[in-house]
Design a protein around this ligand. Structure first.
Ligand SMILES: [Zn+2]
Length: 97
């Protein structure tokens, strides 16, 4: 099974910092958009075994790398929040204007 370790890590960081990121909408579509934008910014790291993720995770303990990922997620979040593409969009726009 081919897995992108960065995808798993970014998902974890996103869930961990969700309350600190100013996300206008937390629906599945917006979360996926944030992840897609973020993943396009980072080099993929493919693994064939989910157990190998633990190696990548120990790498993530490195605060600097963690912060870099968070910066990418923050930028992606503001992009998605500025132009949400989900069905909540009209509702959210009504509320903010
Ligand atoms: Zn949404």
């Amino acid at each position: 099974m081919l897995l992108n370790a960065k995808e798993i890590l970014l998902k974890e960081i996103l869930n961990q910092y969700l309350n600190q990121l100013n996300m206008i909408c937390h629906c599945e579509k917006c979360m996926e958009d944030v992840l897609a934008i973020s993943l396009n910014q980072v080099k993929p790291q493919y693994i064939t075994d989910i157990d190998k993720i633990s190696y990548s995770k120990s790498e993530m303990v490195d605060k600097q790398k963690n912060t870099a990922m968070l910066v990418i997620l923050t930028e992606a979040t503001s992009k998605v929040s500025a132009f949400p593409r989900c069905e909540n969009r009209l509702l959210l726009n009504k509320e903010s204007y």
